[in-house]
Design a protein around this ligand. Sequence first.
Ligand code: FES
Length: 110
Amino acid sequence: MSAHLIPADRDPVGRCDRPLAVTVDGIRIPGIAGQTLASVLLAADRTMWRTAPGGGGRGVFCGIGVCFDCVATVNGVPDIRLCRRPARDGDVVITQSRENRCPATDGGMR
Ligand code: FES
């Protein structure tokens, strides 16, 4: 199985895609309506977008909204689980880590 999106014209189910684009750390990434933000990133070969306290990369682990490994800031709102958030055209995603959090302004680390 591949995380890459099969182009609609080669997909045997004959789907009709409605394209969208999101921006991740300033880079525009195309997707289609119905994808989660995590699936948009995975289809673009982005498998990690957060750094754990121990320095390891994090992205999708459970894929069902349980582990919170996939969190990022979406349209200014931190700690959004990208595996649960449908992608919307124009979404702005900023990757996050505990190191770039400011306890004085955001209430501390979560
Ligand atoms: S991958 Fe586990 S909550 Fe998103």
